[in-house]
Ligand binder design. Sequence first.
Ligand code: GTP
Ligand code: MG
Length: 428
Amino acid sequence: MTQEPARKSKRAIVAAVHLSSVSDLEFDASLAELRQLAKTLGFEVAATFTQNRAGFDKSAYFGTGKREELRLLREEHAADAILIDHEISPSQAFNLAKEVGGEVMDRTMVILEIFHRHARSRTARAQVEIARLGYMAPRMREAAKQAGPKDRARSGTGGRSGGESHGELDRRKIRDRMAELQKELGAMHLGRETQRARRQEREGLARVALVGYTNAGKSTLMRALTGSEALVADKLFATLDTTVRALHPETVPRVLVSDTVGFIKNLPHGLVASFKSTLDEALEASLLAHIVDASDPGFERQLAVTDQVLDEIGASAVPRLLVFNKIDRGGDEQALRKSYPGCMVMSARREGDVAKLHQAIAAFFQRDLVEAELFLPWAAQKMRGEVFATCEVLEERADGEGAFLRIRGEPVAVKRLYERFGRALRAS
Ligand SMILES: Nc1nc2c(ncn2[C@@H]2O[C@H](COP(=O)(O)OP(=O)(O)OP(=O)(O)O)[C@@H](O)[C@H]2O)c(=O)[nH]1
Ligand SMILES: [Mg+2]
């Protein structure tokens, strides 16, 4: 488990324009989420600042008077950053920062920064860096534009080709770096594809992916279902890499569980694209266990966002098991069962509930299993190992000549054994 080093906490003001088209409930939920994102980044949220407006101010997001108010509020709290709950243009961010002071970060940048800090594997790091560079490029253009002729006047020195400004040079570097990362990712992707193909040959296709909104409890359930050490944290986007483990206690067929990156409202577009490969795990699975935090008042919106992203990545046809988690913390079990027929309502903290989920997942993959009876003569006892490894043995009897085994397993495995030992089938 990796822990982040302790940072001296910086102060932030969470700020947003409340558009008339957005309900109070939705607006508040979104701000609450941004506060949680800020906390995940290590900010202490000093205040929340809002303005009702028909649209965003074109030049600096908030209206003129409100910008002055925000400047005073920032000074009063000695806040280091203003976090805006929308994606704003490079020039809006630039102008707002100039008037209000401190650093201005929009929702996209906050999410990119969290992904950047939490990425561990080479693939995740490269994907996040591409998304960040794509976000930075237009912002650097804006900064260069604001710097104006000064930037140009400094050109023509060093290793730069004639007339190329600092800004242009930096932007060229960004483009080159992005191309380099894309190439690296392409190579990693190829490697992963072959690994995956091999893994599938070995394991068959019994795979379930845990998907859902960030912080719903996916990694906690992954741990409980597989006895593994997935990273669990009360932070948003604790998990950025997909981990795969077998369901434990083991089942027939063996079921592989994968934990996936959490979803969020307004996931930056660069990230949707770059995390497609992580979410691809979800597409590969034969079953999606959609985990929802039943104790969150905004769970319906979170459920809808997840459904929408799953549609976007083409996973709408994969069978789903809807799992309402954290019911120990809150939520109306009766109402949930009524509104979402066939759903499970549970708590990852209750062993019995986890066992039921384990059972439901196993049952899904056992639907197509077949049963057969084998007779293994004593001379063929070394086959026992293979029988027990590939099938579930439901019953075993022996007589002087050998052992009778009633087995259940995947059609291919059962057929293979039945062809060799089923002919000796005898009436009991
Ligand atoms: N009370 C309660 N807390 C839970 C339950 N399941 C998970 N949690 C807590 O919820 C927090 C988030 O859990 P995670 O398992 O990290 O959530 P996740 O869905 O993997 O989140 P991301 O990786 O950020 O997408 C942790 O503090 C867990 O201990 C539950 O059933 N009840
Ligand atoms: Mg997780």
